[in-house]
Design a protein around this ligand. Structure first.
Ligand SMILES: [Zn+2]
Ligand SMILES: [Zn+2]
Length: 345
């Protein structure tokens, strides 16, 4: 038993600042694990949760955070595939029902009964948290927990999105938006054998993409990415959009060559949730536009393996729990390069 109190970041009311509170350490029920959190990445979705940008709203009071790496501190009844002291990861998908049409067909990401870590369930901006043992990731020993944390959302999300473009090794892919997700998307794409074009409005972020192997760079504040990329290489076979600007979504079909697939991953939210697109461009070129919502447990385990083998490394900045309001303020201004990770230990 682990008892006592813990420090946690708590949201009591939408639109109010987050507060650091002292709460009792929760106890694991059947099928659950208590995790001592080591690291928790700060994802743009946490900002959407706290600002109340999405419907339904998160359950309050809320402890945000869904990029968690920690160690198993206590086991609930019936948990046999983890032991106390094991390294463990918790993603956005807290649980899914396990028996609906989607769960049964390997699409648990769209289960209608799914719960979300740090949204409908308390998350990892805390010294301890509860997770559903069946949906946690196994973390290999020797992996840096702080660098691994962003893989639990930014990693798995971009990895699945890339798979859903059906781009093959040797073919071209455009990554639109080189932020917390995008800088990881470039690395997965390269590790999967794709050739990469990168689009962003910041030259610094494009330089980061280049350092990871992107061959074609387009600054969207200076040139329209569609014509640029089509003129240079005839368009790319696929694209993923990780940007938080609706404009990037509007531009995303334009970068494709005929028959291409763009997979939307980012969530601009709020007023930016609607865009205009050209029907004929999609019809005549037989383009596909798809969405991708985080990843399955299998996607998560594969995404972790890429990182554990050194093929993908999140660029991180460690910060203490107390800095959370300041981190969110910087995120709103687009002043974060890579990913901020809360260091709980
Ligand atoms: Zn996330
Ligand atoms: Zn289900």
């Amino acid at each position: 038993m682990t008892t006592g109190t813990m420090k946690a970041v708590v949201l009591r009311e939408i639109g109010t600042p987050l507060k650091i509170e002292t709460l009792p350490i929760p106890q694991p029920k059947r099928g659950e694990v208590l995790i001592r959190v080591t690291a928790c990445g700060v994802c743009h979705s946490d900002l959407h949760a706290v600002d109340g940008d999405w419907s339904p709203l998160p359950n309050l009071p809320l402890i945000p955070g869904h990029e968690v790496v920690g160690t198993v501190s206590a086991l609930g009844e019936g948990v046999e595939h983890f032991a106390e002291g094991d390294a463990i990861g918790v993603p956005w998908m807290y649980s899914a029902c396990g028996h609906c049409e989607f769960c049964l067909s390997g699409m648990e990401t769209i289960c209608l009964k799914a719960e979300a870590t740090g949204y409908s369930k308390p998350g990892g901006y805390a010294e301890y948290m509860i997770a559903d043992a069946a949906f946690c990731g196994r973390v290999p020993t020797g992996v840096d927990p702080y660098e691994l944390a962003p893989i639990l959302c930014a990693g798995v999300t971009t990895y699945r999105g890339l798979k859903r473009t059906n781009v093959k090794p040797g073919q071209w892919l455009t990554v639109l938006g080189i932020g917390g997700l995008g800088h990881i998307a470039v690395q997965y794409a390269r590790a999967m054998g794709m050739r990469v074009a990168a689009v962003d409005v910041s030259d610094d972020k494009l330089a980061l993409a280049k350092s990871y192997g992107a061959e074609l760079l387009v600054n969207a504040s200076k040139a329209d990415p569609g014509p640029e990329i089509r003129n240079a290489i005839g368009g790319t076979h696929g694209a993923v959009v990780t940007a938080v600007s609706a404009k990037a979504f509007e531009q995303s079909v334009g970068v494709l060559r005929n028959g291409g697939t763009v997979c939307w991953i980012g969530l601009p939210g709020g007023k930016q949730d609607e865009i205009r697109m050209t029907i004929s461009g999609i019809v005549n070129g037989e383009m596909s536009v798809r969405g991708s919502n985080v990843g399955t447990r299998q996607d998560m385990q594969e995404a972790i393996d890429f990182a554990a083998n050194g093929l993908v490394t999140a660029k991180i900045e460690k910060q203490p729990l107390d800095a959370i309001n300041e981190i969110f303020a910087r995120m709103k201004k687009g002043q974060i390069n890579g990913r901020v990770v809360l260091a709980l230990q």
